[in-house]
Design a protein around this ligand. Sequence first.
Ligand SMILES: CC(C)(COP(=O)(O)OP(=O)(O)OC[C@H]1O[C@@H](n2cnc3c(N)ncnc32)[C@H](O)[C@@H]1OP(=O)(O)O)[C@@H](O)C(=O)NCCC(=O)NCCS
Length: 191
Amino acid sequence: MQLASHTFFRQTKAMQPNLRIEIAHTDKLNPDLLATILALCSRAYEEDLESLFATFADTTHVLGFLGEALASHAMWVTRWLQPGDAPLLRTAYVEMVATEPHQQGRGFATAVLRRLADAISEYDLGALCPAKPRLYAKLGWVFWRGPLFIRSGERLTPTPEERIMILRLPQTPSLDLDQPLSAEWREGELW
Ligand SMILES: CC(C)(COP(=O)(O)OP(=O)(O)OC[C@H]1O[C@@H](n2cnc3c(N)ncnc32)[C@H](O)[C@@H]1OP(=O)(O)O)[C@@H](O)C(=O)NCCC(=O)NCCS
């Protein structure tokens, strides 16, 4: 009996395969892998993300593989966030955090996001617009509390319906999270 439960424990542990995480700029990805990323994200978000994907330029992908199969993904783009009228912060803005539906709840997105946080350490700030805040909160991301705006030239457009989270990085200056925060206008999703 004791032997049987010991064996079961070992088998359970063995069924937790290791996630291999790789980071690559979109220019270095072959079209097949880009199509695989888009398909995984579309399955996870349950919508066709092709047109939204087309709006992202200069993306860097964090890819979690089980063997040769892509299981989890996140990416970042560079944006310029500005607290109040302080200097612009070169920000790694995270998008498309997604795990293959049947692989969810195994810590894969958490592992991908931890690796992403290491990879963006040269930026001034990390930021994202969360659908699942708890996933990020346990990794140190916090909500920006002040009002959010989108900058177009001199114009600031309030976006009161949006909430974003930020991640402080080694180079992040002292921040007052109650200040207004703006980001440059972009095509597609503003935040
Ligand atoms: C949100 C999403 C990316 C999470 O991916 P995931 O790989 O399942 O994430 P994790 O496994 O790291 O964490 C999810 C939960 O599993 C739990 N978990 C972590 N490791 C685990 C393990 N080994 N066994 C069981 N559960 C585990 C986590 O604690 C977390 O629980 P919580 O919700 O209570 O915090 C995924 O659900 C998804 O693709 N959703 C659709 C797209 C989406 O909404 N993306 C987020 C946009 S902000």
